[in-house]
Design a protein around this ligand. Structure first.
Ligand SMILES: Nc1ncnc2c1ncn2[C@@H]1O[C@H](COP(=O)(O)OP(=O)(O)OP(=O)(O)O)[C@@H](O)[C@H]1O
Ligand SMILES: [Mg+2]
Length: 257
């Protein structure tokens, strides 16, 4: 809350639209998306393949330009977010630099931003994602889950106020994924970053989020935004509760019908 009693803006999206023109047709990838979240909250975009989730995220991050509409995150437009290194980003394919050690991958955002590497924080991040023992390892020497943890640590390197995650745990088995979800919740709550996560995983979205925006494809639209009113920190035991199941059922029903 701000001094005036108003909640500070996190994600603010109005009429966000993206058309892709091919030779034969125009694909309406994203159509008139409106979304609002408070600063520091966790939003998931949930929806079937091709419904425009990544396109929304890329536009928020200033990596793609909307056909129309506007967006800010923490009151910054995408171009400003990108220019000021105000966000951390992690993708499913993690895109680690194979010739760099784990710690030098995590430190990479400092170099991109032209800042001196905060070595203590890099060590702390290694600890947070439980990879202290692997500081000097190369990405190819790690398991998939360990690589995802490096990608998350790298996204947190500049202590960003904004975090963008595109299926960060997509390629992992359920047990590893659940464990990383618990770790991600902890990291997010420590950083208080305004977060947008793209996922196919209903359970994962409910577990992590304050709001779940369910999308439908062609054209990509928001079907409904579900407020997840479960206490924090959330535990894996909570995922067996009737409240948790009712959220999962509701999101699943929206997804499949
Ligand atoms: N650069 C592009 N050129 C043309 N079409 C594109 C481009 N990027 C995305 N699209 C189209 O926009 C639509 C939405 O794509 P997007 O990648 O945002 O979906 P998604 O919800 O992230 O899917 P997935 O869950 O499979 O990652 C798709 O129909 C896709 O083919
Ligand atoms: Mg995608």
């Amino acid at each position: 809350m701000t001094a005036s009693g108003m909640t500070a803006s996190g994600v603010h999206i109005r009429g966000l639209t993206r058309h892709f023109a091919t030779r034969r047709e125009t694909v309406v990838a994203v159509d008139g998306v409106d979304l609002d979240t408070p600063r520091g909250s966790f939003l998931s975009l949930l929806g079937p393949s091709g419904c425009g989730k990544s396109t929304v995220l890329r536009m928020l991050a200033g990596l793609d330009t909307p056909t129309s509409g506007e967006a800010t995150v923490n009151d910054l437009a995408p171009a400003a977010l990108r220019r000021t290194h105000a966000y951390g980003i992690a993708f499913q394919d993690h895109a680690l630099l194979p010739w760099r050690t784990v710690e030098r991958n995590i430190a990479f955002p400092f170099e991109i931003a032209g800042l001196p590497v905060d070595k203590e924080w890099v060590t702390e991040l290694l600890h947070l994602v439980r990879l202290e023992q692997f500081a000097k390892a190369r990405p190819w020497q790690l398991s998939g889950g360990m690589r995802q943890r490096v990608a998350i640590a790298r996204a947190l390197a500049l202590r960003p106020g904004v975090l963008f995650l595109d299926e960060p745990f997509g390629a992992l088995d359920d047990v590893t994924r659940q464990r990383l979800n618990v770790e991600l919740q902890r990291l997010w709550s420590e950083q208080q970053a305004t977060t947008v996560m793209v996922t196919h995983g209903v359970q994962e979205a409910v577990f992590l989020s304050d709001k779940v925006a369910v999308m439908s494809p062609r054209p990509g639209r928001i079907k409904e935004v579900i407020d997840i009113d479960l206490p924090r920190p959330r535990t894996l035991e909570m995922t067996t509760s009737p409240e948790f199941h009712s959220y999962v059922d509701r999101a699943s029903a929206l997804l499949f019908h």
